[in-house]
Design a protein around this ligand. Structure first.
Ligand SMILES: Cc1ncc(COP(=O)(O)O)c(C=O)c1O
Length: 344
């Protein structure tokens, strides 16, 4: 749900038999709107409010992931029947990824550190409304080496035997999944329910962004500025993520090195710096592949930009999934709008 939070996408994945992991009541609402089976939904989240937990209990989702001792007390107080839960473990693995994408290290804000797990399990087993089914871990995102996942499952395997293991997401590439399952069976046994969260690796490569070049300017570096940027893609500004943009229709023309920049009022508004582009001209279309994960998620109205639409394409057919924002929507949440002259 996190990597592409649109019911238009979720309904496609749910129809393929996938479940959902959600972080709170909002994502749960979107998932249910898409017709996802509540039993296939897992809710994690490091700071779940009572309202988040209540929404999960009301929907009867598959598992709530306990992220800390406060969650144990909250669920026990709010639940009216025994509720299946997993415990998120922070395995103390400093994963080889951008610091902002590492979630399983010793001082991570997520989960319960391994050394506190026995106490947490004892507290959960003593709580009348809690049914401990298993463990959850997520060590970070964009992980490209299996060793780190192997260390994760080994850390979980050392904590006792459980029926369910949720190994989180973070798969940088899709084919790692088979290797991960093999490692999990090796460390955790084969008679277990395994959950993985491959959202990013599923939706990332399937999405691309199409921009129009608004202006081309040389100021030291060549700047090719497009009609989007931080409003629809925060990946470079947040994580230094690079993309491989291409100028549509100029496939074989001579290359220049340029910064592909956005239209927002920030020097950091860069889609990808120092990138090769073939003769970019004002009015050209630029396509940026592999923007399917987290770009739609973090799209925003910075500089009152209208968030772009989402269009699904297959076999020469296109269909609108999410329409573009409208100017009226920019004002929709204003409740104290007064025009100049009428202000009291
Ligand atoms: C529990 C959980 N699942 C999944 C993710 C994201 O995984 P990915 O980058 O593979 O989408 C996170 C990120 O913090 C997470 O905490």
């Amino acid at each position: 749900m996190k990597s592409f939070p649109s019911p238009s996408m979720v309904s496609i994945l749910a129809s393929e038999g996938l479940g959902l992991d959600v972080v709170g009541a909002g994502e749960l609402r979107l998932g249910l709107a898409a017709g996802a089976d509540p039993q296939g939904i897992v809710m994690h989240g490091n700071a779940k409010s009572d309202a988040d937990i209540q929404a999960a209990l009301d929907a009867g989702i598959g598992y709530i992931v306990i992220d800390g001792f406060d969650d144990i007390d909250r669920i026990d107080a709010l639940a009216r029947r025994k509720t299946p839960v997993l415990l998120r473990v922070s395995p103390g693995i400093e994963s080889a990824t951008h610091a902002a994408l590492a979630t399983g290290g010793k001082s991570a804000k997520f989960g319960v550190p391994v050394e506190q797990v026995p106490e947490a399990i004892a507290r959960m087993r003593a709580a009348p409304m809690i049914d401990v089914r298993g463990l959850h871990a997520h060590i970070g995102s964009q992980i490209l080496t299996l060793d780190q996942f192997e260390a994760e499952v080994a850390a979980l395997g050392a904590l006792g035997e459980f029926e369910v293991y949720d190994l989180g997401g973070g798969l940088g590439v899709r084919y790692d999944l088979d290797l991960l399952v093999t490692a999990a069976h090796h460390h955790l046994g084969t008679d277990v329910e395994l959950i993985v969260e491959p959202g990013r690796s599923l939706v990332g490569p399937t999405g691309l962004t199409l921009y129009r070049v608004v202006t081309v300017k040389r100021a030291g570096q060549l700047h090719v500025a497009v009609d989007g940027g931080m409003g629809d893609n925060l990946e470079h500004s947040l994580y230094g993520q690079r993309f491989t943009p291409m100028v549509v229709g100029r496939w074989d023309e001579p290359e220049v090195v340029a910064d592909l920049v956005g239209r927002h009022c920030e020097a950091g508004d860069i889609v990808t710096p120092d990138v090769r582009l073939t003769s970019p001209q004002r009015g050209d279309l630029v396509v940026v592949p592999v923007t399917g994960a987290y770009c739609f998620t973090m799209a925003n109205n910075y500089n009152a930009a209208l968030r772009p639409p989402v269009v699904y394409c297959a076999d020469g057919q296109a269909r609108l999934g999410v329409r573009r924002d409208t100017m009226e929507e920019l004002l929709a949440r204003e409740v104290a709008l007064v025009t100049v002259g009428s202000a009291v």
